[in-house]
Each structure stands twice: as C-alpha cells, then as structure tokens.
Design a protein around this ligand. Structure first.
Ligand code: ACO
Length: 695
C-alpha cells in the first residue's frame, strides 16, 4: 500500500474549525465532504458544539478518536496552537489556513511541521484549498461541491487557480481522479503526490501547475519511475528569465531557470504547455484518446481552406499525413462527389453533410492503414447542424478507443454548439484547427517510445582530477587556471591538443618547438577572465622570433591593461586549423543540480543563444538529442556540399562532461569554448572551470 493511501482514501476525517455559518470556508468543506458521498467517519470540531449540516459537533479534539485525515480551517494562530494535539490524532493534516511562509511567517509554518514530525504525521499545505480524491470518494476542498470523476489527476501549486481548474474541468466535462493543492509545501510536495498518482489505477493523465521546485533533483528521480502508460502535462509559470546572476561562464549566464525547467521536462518526458488553454486541450485529448498505432494521419474536411490550414499545422508539428494515393482513393473514392479530392486532406467539398461525414469517418476508422483522424468542418449556412452533431457523436462513440480522432469545427453559433456538445461527451473537439492539430501532436509525443539508456561510468583519471581540484581548494582559489582546467579535461578523456605553461621566454621557445609551430600563446592569470580584451592572446605564432615578440607583447599588454593581475605564465598550445566552433558547458542550478549545455557559435554563443540544456548526468542518447535539438544542427550535419562533422565526438565530449561534473560536485561551472569540431574529432581549444570553495 502506498504511504499516502490514507490521505487519498481516508477511513475517517476530522474538520477542525467546522463552521456553523453557511458560506464560511469551515462550513463549505463540511458540505463538500458530505455531498461528495464520503462513506467514512466525519468528526467536526468547534468549541461551540451543536450540529453543523446535521452532523454532531465535538467541542474538543480530545473528544474524538484517531483519524486518517484532519482538515484545519481555523485562523493561523489557533492552527499553530492546536497543531500538536491535531498531530497526535491524525496521520495527515491538511492545513487550508493561509498566513504562513507565503507572507513571511516562516517560524509559524516551521512549528506546524515540528508538531507533525513529533507525532509522525504529515502535512499538506498550509495555504491550500484541500484535496479531492475520487477513490474514497472525498471532496475535502472549499471549491465547487460537484467534481466529476475521471482519469485526470491534478496537482496545483496555486490554490486559486486550482479551484478555477475544478470549474473549468466541470465546464469541459473533464473527469478527475484527484485534485491536490500543495500550497506552501511545508512538508508534502509534488514529488510524493506524483509517486501516489503513478500507482493510482484511476489516474491516466497528470496535470501539474508549477511555480517553482525546490527539490528538482528528487523530482527528476521520481519522474524517472513514471509508468510508461501515465502521461504528465505541466504548466510552469514564470517564463521570464531569472534576474542576472553572478556567473563567470557562458553556460551559467545562458542557463536561466526557465531553460533549465524546459530541459528537465523534456528529459523526463513531461509535456510542457504554455497556456492553461493548451494544457486543458492536451489533457482532455490524452484522457479521451487511445495511443496512436502508427504515424499516418488523415484529414477529412468539407472546406479546402480549413484543410490547408490543418495540413500546414501538421507540417509545423511534424505530423505525417498519410500519402498513399492509391489507398486513399480506394478508401474514400465512393464517399465523395466527382469534384472532391481524396488526396490528403480528404476534401468532401462544401456540400458534404451528416451522411458524407458518417461514411468518410467510418472508412477512416475501419482502415488499418490510417492511424489518426482529424475531422474538420467549416460551417455553411444551410447545413443540418443538428443531424451532423448527432452523427459525429454517434460514429465517434461507436469506434471509441479504436484510434485517435480529433475534431475541429469552425463557424458561428451552430458549430460552437456542436463542439460544446461533443466535449460534454468527452470527445476531443475544438473551435480552432490549430488547437486540434497541436493536441494530436502532443498525443503522439506522449506515446513516443522512450528509450532508457544506461549511464555507464567511464574511465577517468579520478585521482589526478581530485589532486588538481584539492590543490585549488586548499589555496582558496575558485577559478582554475587554464592549464589546470585543460589537465582535468584531458584526464576526463577529452581531446585536448598539447599545451604547456611557459614561465619565461626561453621556456616559451622550448615548448613551442616541442609542440610544433604554428602555436597560439595566451596569458594565464587567475585575475584575467577575458584574455583577448587585455591583449593577452597571440595566434598563429610561426617561429622562434615571433614567439619572442608574442611573449613580450602579451606581457606588455597585461601590465598596461591589467596592472594588478598576477600572471602565472603564458600558455603555449598547438594552433588548430579552422573547424566548426561549438560550446559545451556545465553549471549548477540550486534546484536541479548540475546542468549541461551544448551550443553552436563559440564566442558568439551569447548572441546566437542557439543552445540546449539537460540535467546531468545524461545518457549518450540524451547527449545526441541535445546536439540535434539546436537550430543550427544542419551546419553540423553538413550543408551545401560540406561534409558531416564528427557528431559522435561532440556526443562523447558532452557525455564525459556530464559524468565529470556529477562525480566532482565541486565543479560549479565549466565552459569548453570553443570545442572545435572537425570531420573527424572534436578538440578543446579554451576551457574554464570554476570550483566551489567552502568559505
Ligand atoms: N477549534 C475548533 N474550531 C475553532 C476553534 C478551535 N480551537 N477556535 C475557533 N473555532 C471555530 C470558530 O468558532 C469558527 O466557527 P463558527 O463560524 O461556527 O464560529 C471556525 O472555527 C472558523 O474560525 P474563524 O475565526 O471564524 O475563522 P474564519 O472562518 O474567518 O477563517 C480560515 C479561518 C478560513 C482558515 C482563514 O484563517 C484563512 O486562512 N483563510 C484563507 C484560506 C485560503 O485561502 N487558503 C488557501 C487556499 S488556496 C487559495 O488561494 C484559494
């Protein structure tokens, strides 16, 4: 039995602060519990005693036996005073009361948690609207009394929005398996609620409204355990970039919290909606549709224009229109007039009514080469809308569960009524073509096969890496010097061209000869972040004479532009031939931990912002997805006669960085910029590593 079973399916409930006054929250909760058909024991607590809604009222919590759930609806101060007693009686305490950490009363909230911990009970909230669970059934919320049962589980961080969602779900006739408000998350968070819903046989789709996640790491861990057949749609508020952070790397400055959420959701197979409307459309579609058995989509329409709009949208979302003309002709030939078109979109033409739609839909449902149906209808003045509506609903119901079929009806009052009626019958119907196509796209995405690939540990010289990090920590340095960063990458198995740190001109010449001209010469100083800006870099050094000039020039420039900088020496590296400049990086997110980034553009990365992120560590498959995800991927894949770049070498570099930063938690930020990619191989040109030094 899941530990939260008693919260979702309680045998007994107490309401602390049950109110005698109609309209007050403490009265609504009692009313909702009663009308939800709850079959367990209900104990109402109010010092005034008497009766509320026909139930006896206990004057003190001392008068009742232990319960599975206690709902607190007394003001915050009283809630804190009573917390200890309530916790001694209840396994789960739902604190509806507001006035805690959300307005800065952190200590009061802490006291609630301490009381619960003392007695081994758990808290949902505070600052929540309650819980509805269709299993019990119980509606212990102060939202609408009527909640339809179904297969959608909702977790909402916002109380007000959660209540509004109940209303919206009722309007769209969406049935809920549960709706839980998590509020301030003083104790129970979305992680545990998710783990319950994953094993709850009543839940098929989970909709989450998230504002922030404090425990991104745990969240990722639990989502990995999501059963394949359950789907999650999330709406994450706050797309705006997090305020400027003090970061020393390109990766850090590009990894805003929203980009990280996006990456985490993508990685976890969570479908992210941008608006409540999209979220509801998607949830309704997944809740009501079987998984598609193949990629062939057929559009059936009575208007060419609507068909073209849908076909364009299908292309945008990467949906495949069935294009076997011979088969299409065979399937639809006798359904349409001579001037119709059986090409996909299948155009039944403007004269099509209920009869033609019925025939066409039957053909599409019955033919196994067609895997999903998009049926569109453009309102025409003389149509028999009533009969069309009845036909669409009847035919859909007859074939329900056979294959996904989504409908978009465009027009005035008549089509609006049809859509509304279809929704009432839990048929995925829409007012806009784009909404229908985007929902079908999400349905396909939801059932995309997710290949789990093991993250294998790879050989790295851990001891050598540890030594470099420890030395810097002991010296209190958070920024590793260039050669130290490169040594770490070398030990991690990346391809780092030869480099040496020269302390004087003689060494510079010796090392340049050892490495082989042409070389690049770069100043190494903990105090100089942007070497080029101070004139600390000379490229294409061809011989000893140029090496001497370069050495002197760099020293002069640094003395001039970075007078106080402590200079460790000059790094001599092999001058690399031109290739495609990419960036591979890592940063640390307060919630999700280590985050990886890949992008194109090298030094222009912050202008182009063509980057992808993932939470580390990742599998090679996921690293490959990161590479393919950027807009300029075709440049890597080879365009205009150019050869394909060594994408496997990039994948290997990202994979290794993922393992490196995960293994060595002290690495807080890392940039390989650029990582130059060739037809064969990918080489580290510049590297920057920041480590966390405990103060
Ligand atoms: N034990 C039990 N009952 C008590 C006790 C006690 N020790 N002391 C008082 N009561 C009773 C009161 O007598 C009253 O009953 P009555 O109406 O029969 O007289 C009842 O408990 C409630 O107490 P009130 O003082 O009347 O409190 P009120 O109902 O005004 O407010 C509430 C309590 C609703 C919890 C309020 O403090 C609050 O937090 N409101 C906001 C709730 C909220 O919005 N939560 C977030 C949801 S999400 C969203 O944003 C929508």
């Amino acid at each position: 039995m899941h530990p939260l079973e008693s919260l979702f399916n309680p045998q007994s409930v107490a309401v602390i602060g049950a109110s005698h006054h109609e309209g007050k929250i403490g009265n609504i909760v009692v009313h909702n519990i009663i009308v939800s058909g709850y079959k367990g024991k209900i104990y109402l607590i109010n010092p005034k005693g008497g009766k509320i809604l026909g139930l006896p009222v206990y004057k003190s919590i001392d008068d009742i036996p232990s319960v599975d759930v206690a709902v607190i609806v007394v003001p915050a101060k009283i809630a804190v005073e009573m917390a200890d007693k309530v916790a001694s009686k209840a396994k789960y305490i739902i604190v509806i009361t507001s006035g805690f950490s959300e307005i800065g009363n952190i200590d009061m909230e802490q006291k609630l948690v301490e009381s619960a911990r003392k007695h081994g009970s758990r808290i949902l909230g505070p600052n929540v609207f309650g819980i509805f669970s269709s299993k019990a059934p119980i509606n212990a919320t102060f939202g609408p009394a009527e909640i339809k049962k179904g297969n959608i589980g909702v977790i909402s961080q916002s109380g007000a929005l959660g209540i509004a969602m109940i209303g919206k779900a009722a309007e769209d006739n969406l049935g809920l398996s549960a709706i839980v408000s998590i509020g301030n998350k003083a104790d129970l968070s979305e992680v545990e609620i998710l783990s319950y819903l994953f094993q709850d046989e009543l839940t098929k789709v989970i909709f989450m409204y998230i504002e922030g996640l404090e425990n991104g790491h745990e969240f990722m861990e639990i989502v990995k355990k999501k059963p394949e057949e359950k789907k999650i749609i999330a709406l994450k508020a706050g797309r705006s970039r997090a305020g400027a952070r003090a970061v020393a790397s390109h990766t850090g400055s590009l990894a805003g919290s929203d980009e990280i959420f996006d990456a985490a959701f993508r990685q976890a197979g969570i479908l992210r909606a941008d608006s409540l409307e999209d979220a509801f459309n998607w949830v309704a579609t997944i809740a009501a549709s079987p998984p598609p058995k193949g990629e062939n989509v057929v559009i059936i329409t009575n208007g060419g224009g609507l068909g073209v709009i849908a076909a364009d949208a299908c292309e945008k979302y990467g949906l495949k229109l069935y294009d076997d003309m011979e088969m299409l002709q065979k399937i639809f030939e006798d359904v349409m007039p001579e001037f119709g078109s059986y090409k996909n979109p299948v155009d039944l033409t403007g004269q099509a009514g209920a009869r033609e739609y019925e025939l066409a839909l039957r053909r599409a449902f019955e033919n196994d080469a067609i895997h999903a149906i998009l049926a569109l209808y453009c309102e025409r003045g003389d149509a028999e809308l009533e009969s069309l509506m009845n036909t669409l609903i009847r035919v859909h119901k007859e074939y329900e569960g056979k294959k996904p079929a989504l409908y978009a009806l465009f027009g005035g009052e008549g089509t609006t009524k049809i859509v509304t009626e279809m929704k009432k019958d839990r048929i995925p119907a829409f007012y806009e073509v784009e909404d229908a196509v985007s929902s079908l796209h999400v349905l396909y995405k939801a059932y995309e096969k997710r290949e789990e690939e093991e993250i294998e540990d790879i050989e790295m010289d851990d001891d050598a890496i540890r030594k470099i990090i420890d030395a810097a920590i002991n010296e209190g340095r958070s920024r590793l010097l260039s050669h130290e960063a490169k040594e770490i990458l070398l030990h991690a198995g990346l391809d780092v061209p030869p480099f040496r740190l020269a302390g004087n001109i003689d060494e510079a010449i010796e090392y340049a000869n050892e490495i082989g001209y042409p070389v690049a010469m770069k100043v190494v100083s903990e105090d100089i972040i942007h070497k080029t800006d101070v004139g600390g870099v000379v490229l294409n050094v061809e011989n000893d004479e140029e090496a001497i000039d370069a050495y002197e020039l760099i020293m002069k420039n640094c003395h001039m532009h970075a007078r106080r900088a402590r200079i460790e020496g000059i790094e001599i590296t092999k001058m690399l031939p031109p290739g495609t400049e990419t960036i591979v990086g890592a940063t640390t997110d307060a919630s999700f931990g280590k985050v990886l980034m890949f992008g194109l553009g090298g030094i222009y990365v912050e202008v182009l912002k063509d980057v992808s992120f993932r939470i580390a560590p990742i599998s090679k498959k996921e690293a490959e997805k990161m590479v393919r995800e950027i807009d300029s991927y075709p440049i890597l894949a080879g365009i205009r006669g150019e050869k394909r770049k060594d994408i496997n070498a990039i994948i290997d570099s990202i994979y290794r960085i993922g393992i490196l930063v995960n293994k060595f938690g002290e690495i807080s930020e890392l940039d390989i910029n650029p990582l130059i990619v060739y037809e064969k191989g990918a080489k580290v040109v510049d590297a920057r590593i920041m480590i966390k030094v405990k103060k």
